[in-house]
Design a protein around this ligand. Structure first.
Ligand SMILES: Cc1cc2nc3c(=O)[nH]c(=O)nc-3n(C[C@H](O)[C@H](O)[C@H](O)COP(=O)(O)OP(=O)(O)OC[C@H]3O[C@@H](n4cnc5c(N)ncnc54)[C@H](O)[C@@H]3O)c2cc1C
Length: 386
């Protein structure tokens, strides 16, 4: 039986960040990861799974020691963000409005994870067990006993479930989840662009769903196409030349010339765990909540969970294993995650609706939002976690 202070199940972006920050506090951490990501090579094509990482998340990754490694691989800073439905009614945010060098970075999920895992290698307080999966979990008053699929047994004072949306740890802890399937899928398309390196991300709302562009390093980008499941299935089946024709017809002309280099699709599902903890098992990141990716907030909320849990443990000092901390964590994080989920749903519902005066009202709203001065800066600060 191995023992540790904190066992973390899942070494994705959220679990690896939590491991690094808790090890910095001197906690003995065991990280259990099912499958390590492939190492980075500069000639690799861009992954499809990319995230807009906010300024606050970059600060957390820097503190965890992972960001310098990730930045040395590849990450694309973006300074502006534009969203509109009708031309002329655009809301535009710029880093200059907050006096920031950039609003954040577009970066491949795998490279954030690899950067953090590289940082963990230097921590004497972290052991990584991989490939390994959780098979059984037994709660005791002072801790949890875990059994992995290879028979390894582990005892820990806290278990952090960071094993993603379909978290096995959450299920083994007996925590249910409320789930809502949007009637839309989302297609991710990697492209090479004729335009030079860009530092703006934009999103246009259309009657069948948003179309977004995220810049990647060099002359590359990621397109996000939200549409009905049937339409996305049909697009996925097209030859590259036919898909490019469809993209040209569906995306705004500012996209310019491009070639498709990769594609994949995902169903859109909102999930929220009924509780964020059971006994000494605590949920973080996608294990606790998933959100419509419309505003690129998913992992940024996960990093806020990490920051909150680490702060609670640090402030607790010698009482870091006090069972009451889990309740305090939930009281702080649930309202924030709920607010962002509901905000995205309101936005999504409003832009999906073509009835009566709504299209006019929402476009006026976007136009007005652009001139809202301090309110606009406040909204931007909230989205960036500042
Ligand atoms: C289309 C799309 C676009 C998105 N865009 C953005 C964006 O722009 N910005 C943003 O902030 N977020 C975005 N997100 C959300 C973001 O991708 C997720 O929030 C993020 O990946 C969650 O990280 P995580 O570490 O919690 O979970 P995951 O990334 O799912 O990592 C879980 C880890 O646990 C491991 N694991 C799983 N089960 C076990 C087990 N039983 N035992 C051991 N290990 C296990 C897995 O191998 C994995 O490494 C997007 C999501 C989608 C679907």
């Amino acid at each position: 039986m191995q023992s540790c202070d904190i066992a973390i199940i899942g070494g994705g972006m959220v679990g690896a960040a939590a491991a690094a920050l808790l090890a910095q506090q001197g906690r003995e951490v065991v990280l259990v990861e099912a499958e390590l990501p492939a190492p980075f090579a500069a000639e690799q094509p861009f992954d499809l799974r990319v995230s807009a990482i906010s300024a606050a998340s970059v600060a957390l990754l820097e503190q965890a020691g992972g960001w310098a490694h990730t930045r040395a691989m590849r990450a694309c800073p973006y300074r502006a963000l534009e969203t509109w439905e009708w031309e002329g009614f655009t809301t535009r945010f710029h880093a200059d409005e907050l006096g920031l060098p950039q609003l954040g970075y577009i970066v491949e999920n795998r490279l954030v994870q690899l950067g953090l895992l590289a940082a963990l290698e230097q921590h004497p307080h972290v052991r990584t067990l991989t490939p390994a999966r959780l098979a059984r979990l037994e709660q005791e008053p002072q801790g949890v006993t875990l059994t992995l699929t290879d028979g390894t047994q582990l005892s820990a004072r806290w278990v952090l479930a960071c094993d993603g949306a379909e978290s096995v740890t959450r299920q083994l802890a007996g925590i249910g989840v409320s789930r809502f399937e949007y009637r839309q899928h989302c297609m991710l398309i990697n492209i090479d662009t004729d335009a030079a390196q860009q530092d703006i991300t934009w999103q246009q709302f259309t009657p069948s769903g948003p179309r977004a562009f995220l810049p990647l390093s060099g002359q590359h980008g990621s397109l996000v196409w939200y549409d009905s499941p049937a339409r996305i299935r049909a697009l996925m089946a097209l030859e590259p030349a036919a898909l490019e024709r469809e993209i040209r017809a569906a995306f705004p002309s500012r996209l310019g010339g491009f070639r498709v280099t990769g594609r994949g699709s995902f169903p859109l599902v909102r999930r929220h765990a009924n509780r964020y903890h059971a006994g000494r098992v605590v949920l973080l990141g996608d294990a606790a909540h998933t959100i419509n990716p419309l505003a690129g907030q998913g992992v940024n909320l996960g990093f806020r969970d990490v920051a909150c849990w680490c702060e609670l443990l640090q402030k607790a000092g010698e009482k870091w294993h006090d069972a009451a901390l889990a309740g305090r964590y939930e009281r702080r994080r649930r309202p924030d995650n709920q607010l962002m989920q509901s905000g995205m749903d309101l936005f999504y519902a409003s832009f999906s609706n073509r009835l009566g005066p709504l299209p006019v009202l929402r476009n006026l709203g976007l136009g007005l939002a652009d001139r809202a001065g301090p309110l606009k800066a406040l909204a931007l600060r909230y989205a960036l976690g500042l």
